[in-house]
Design a binder for this molecule. Structure first.
Ligand code: NAD
Length: 486
């Protein structure tokens, strides 16, 4: 069992629910087992909660729906950011243990999470009421930004703390009470976050946590009238389900869904820089991120030079237990994830691709220790599964292209529109091509992902709504317009 000063309640049955400002002991079996994906070690046994507890949490949130002052909201946001930073090392350890990612990467996730609370704290003036300069119809017009109501926050396992921070910082900035549902694979960092929040003395019900069965809790979120906004990060499949379930109840949704990011290397690009950006972009969380390059298109004139450089760089990567300091890639999260990546490699090889780095690992025999070698395949045909689907693992498929129009057609030929990357030394070509890429995030000579200061979100089947930046701060407010004849 995981022993952590940030998780004092793991030995009791009161860690699965934080409702109305208190930890909530739930009798019954503790049948949710959280394990370390590196070695299968049991980290925690928690009660698996469901619809009843979800309703209770929503009602506690609804009861706290007073509009908090800007000073209070700023103090909460700053307090959480400071609490995260103070506990950076231990939170990083918890994330690494439950998710498998390298500890140093997990610490960077804590910094990233804290940056969202800091950004929101320092931009609350954007949510102030304001008077229009114009006086249409001879009236004075004031616009207020009211909290939306109860916000339901559903987060995935790949950035368990950062994805929570993106949503919770915006909800608190708006003054909207929330109910957080972490992924059952990685609930411990959210529980630790709630321990930090508990010490800050927020009004009871402002932030609630419920760990449990996704389907039943998700359904309650969609159907309960007090929930006015659902913010979800996860697969497109579950996003579609939530849309369907919420439709009869007309709820606000923010959907951060799957990606299938193209990474385009033009013939005039700085190849060393493109390789380094690809390594940093692709192997974070062992390739299990929504903004990871999923298909790498290289101008055929530089394909062999690029491949050589990439293969040499990949050979330096260490795969292993996330707590070991030399580890660059940890294990994949579970067997289904491993089998998907393995299936993509096998399929591409069968279609004639060549293996430049890595190898096809044997089929797994255990549920843990699923270390997948960083793999580079060249000559990948366009109809391979790893080109059409999001692999979510450490596979780089290289596809050669001959012209700008061809690569743009291929890059956009997906239902997804989350992230894309373009490497070229020609600024005019970059301007032209980025203008034609149908993605919400388009890196130019950069593989960087989102940041707290800029809006991030998808187009098409990658979802809608934004996190980060001033657009992200508007996700949990309802504008109220007040015309006045006086
Ligand atoms: P997932 O959809 O299976 O799960 C995400 C969350 O939804 C988890 O908390 C899960 O417990 C919950 N969930 C599952 N079924 C549910 C249901 N019926 N009702 C309510 N909640 C339910 O996704 P995942 O496997 O955890 O994450 C991987 C996916 O997330 C990938 O497709 C990835 O691209 C996407 N993702 C997107 C972003 C983004 O910002 N766009 C960021 C990270 C991950």
């Amino acid at each position: 069992m995981l022993d952590s000063p940030l998780l004092p309640r793991l030995a009791t049955s009161a860690a699965s629910a934080y409702i109305g400002g208190s930890w909530f002991a739930v009798p019954g079996p503790r049948d949710l087992h959280v394990t370390n994906p590196a070695d299968g070690r049991l980290l925690a046994e928690l009660p698996m909660l469901g619809a009843d507890e979800a309703e209770r949490a929503i009602e506690a949130a609804a009861a706290s729906a007073e509009q908090p002052s800007e000073d209070d909201r700023r103090a909460w946001l700053e307090g959480i950011a400071a609490g995260l930073t103070e506990n950076r090392r231990e939170l990083g350890r918890i994330i690494s243990l439950e998710n498998g990612k390298p500890w140093k990467e997990a610490e960077a996730e804590v910094d990233y999470a804290a940056s969202f609370f800091r950004y929101a704290a320092s931009h609350l003036e954007r949510l102030r009421s304001h008077q229009l300069r114009e006086r249409p119809r001879g009236h004075g017009w004031v616009v207020h930004y009211r909290p939306v109501g109860v916000a339901a926050l559903i987060v995935p396992w790949n950035f368990p703390l950062a994805m929570t921070a993106k949503k919770l910082s915006a909800a608190l900035a708006a003054g909207a009470p929330s109910v957080l549902k972490p992924a059952t694979l990685t609930p411990l960092s959210s529980i630790a976050l709630l321990e930090i929040i508990d010490s800050l003395g927020l009004p009871g019900g402002m932030v609630n946590l419920i760990v449990g069965d996704s389907r039943s809790i998700g359904r309650v979120f969609c159907e309960h009238p007090a929930v006015r906004s659902i913010s979800f990060t996860g697969s497109t499949e579950v996003g579609r389900l939530l849309l369907r379930q919420a439709a009869p109840h007309i709820k606000r949704l923010t959907l951060e869904l799957g990606g299938n990011a193209p990474f385009i290397v033009c013939g005039d690009a700085d190849l060393d820089s493109a390789v380094e950006h690809l390594i940093q972009n692709k192997f974070r969380c062992a390739g299990q991120t929504c903004v990871c390059a999923n298909r790498v298109y290289v101008d055929s004139a530089v394909a062999s030079a690029f491949t050589d450089r990439l293969v040499r760089r990949v050979a330096k990567l260490n795969v292993g237990d996330g707590l070991q300091p030399e580890t660059d890639l940890g294990p994949l999260i579970n067997r289904a994830g491993f089998e998907k990546v393995r299936g993509h490699v096998e399929d591409a090889l069968q279609r004639g691709a060549r293996c430049e780095a890595g190898e096809l690992p044997p089929e797994p025999t255990e549920e843990w220790g699923l270390f997948f070698p960083p793999t580079v395949l060249s000559g990948v045909p366009h109809d391979a599964r790893c080109v059409a689907e999001e692999t979510f693992g450490p596979l780089i498929p290289l596809i050669e292209f001959g012209s700008e129009s061809q690569v743009l057609e291929w890059a956009n030929g997906t239902e997804f529109g989350l992230a894309a990357y373009l490497f070229t030394a020609d600024a005019e070509r970059a301007r032209r091509m980025i203008g034609r890429l149908h993605f919400g995030h388009a890196g130019y000579n950069s593989g960087t992902g989102p940041t707290a200061e800029a809006p991030f979100g998808g187009w098409k089947a990658s979802g809608f709504g934004r996190e980060g930046g001033r657009e992200g701060l508007m996700e949990f407010v309802e504008p109220q317009t007040v015309p006045s004849s006086t």
